[in-house]
Design a protein around this ligand. Structure first.
Ligand SMILES: [Zn+2]
Length: 318
């Protein structure tokens, strides 16, 4: 009995010894994975704080206004007190655009993007520069020998604005909205449309793609670069023209919704039948400024809601 007790206590002693060894190893491993033992607590607290902060960032709504400027483009992204304006419509729509921006409370445009120097995108840019405080301005390295373009350059000079040239892959933030430039990817193009600055904006789980008038060639370049183009909402390139929205690109973007900015009964037959058929067969809901007027998409970082019902797939008549 005594001997058994002796064996038993020896067994216990060995077990406790083993346990101590295990605990020692655990503590040592724990220490070696953090810079110092005293920092362990701080690191943990910091990680927690950062996590909370990044979670709380996705709060409130991102509003995207596809403003009805007739046959042209102008898109406002609004998040808290931050604004980004992509294009500024035509010369004729300048006053409508300025009143709209003022009505929705814009005072400063943190990012102003002129996708390319065509009149239907930069027509109202001089008016916008004159009327609002401007932060960073992006413009492609492409000039135009037009009065409209000269007016924009003049307005920039007057305010001392120097435009930044877009660099594909460059990222910037509009509050909690992460933006990335996807194009242009070449220095020279035959077609001015292809100089268009393409931007993807991501807010929480939602993403939006803004393509200017970029055509299939640019879409091909973006895919060749390996950029992640997946987006919930695609602003159709070149007002729904058949020269943009190639099948391979649409499949990669795989949008739930598409928005097209265009004028009723425009001279170009936009949106083209080919693009409409592709969207219809993919089951993409289409919102169009010629039918719905100003289209406003609201994202809470999870879901996207529109202010109007989806429009038709009816092509334009030429
Ligand atoms: Zn255009």
């Amino acid at each position: 009995m005594k001997r058994r007790c002796g064996n038993l206590s020896r067994k216990w002693f060995k077990t406790i010894q083993a346990l101590i060894l295990v605990m020692f190893v655990v503590v040592m491993v724990g220490c070696s994975s953090t810079p110092t033992s005293t920092n362990t607590k701080d690191t943990k607290v910091k990680v927690g704080e950062n996590k909370d902060k990044s979670n709380s960032k996705i709060e409130g709504d991102l509003k995207i206004h596809y403003i009805d400027v007739g046959q042209g483009d102008s898109i406002l992204l609004q998040y808290e007190d931050k604004n980004m304006l992509i294009d500024a419509g035509t010369n004729a729509s300048t006053n409508t655009l300025i009143s709209y921006l003022k009505k929705v409370g814009v005072k400063k445009i943190d990012y102003l993007v002129a996708t390319h120097p065509h009149e239907d995108h930069i027509g109202g840019m001089d008016g916008v520069i004159d009327n609002f405080q401007i932060g960073t301005m992006y413009m492609p390295k492409k000039t135009a020998n037009t009065v409209t373009f000269k007016d924009v350059v003049q307005a920039m000079k007057k305010k001392g604005i120097k435009a930044k040239a877009p660099v594909a892959g460059e990222k910037f933030a509009l509050g909690a909205v992460q933006c990335m430039i996807l194009a242009p990817n070449s220095k020279d193009y035959d077609n001015v449309n292809n100089y268009s600055i393409v931007i993807k904006a991501t807010y929480g789980k939602n993403s939006f793609l803004f393509t200017g008038d970029a055509e299939s060639l640019v879409e091909k370049e973006i895919l060749a670069k390996g950029f992640d183009v997946r987006a919930d909402v695609l602003k159709l390139g070149h007002h729904g023209s058949r020269t943009s929205s190639s099948t391979v690109y649409l499949n990669k973007v795989n949008p739930k919704y598409a928005v097209v900015s265009l004028g009723k009964g425009n001279d170009y037959g936009h949106p083209h039948k080919e693009t409409m058929n592709k969207l219809k067969s993919m089951g993409v809901k289409l919102y169009r400024t010629d039918e719905g007027g100003n289209i406003i998409a609201t994202s809470d970082g999870k879901d996207i809601k529109f202010n109007v019902s989806p429009g038709s797939y009816t092509p334009g008549r030429k």
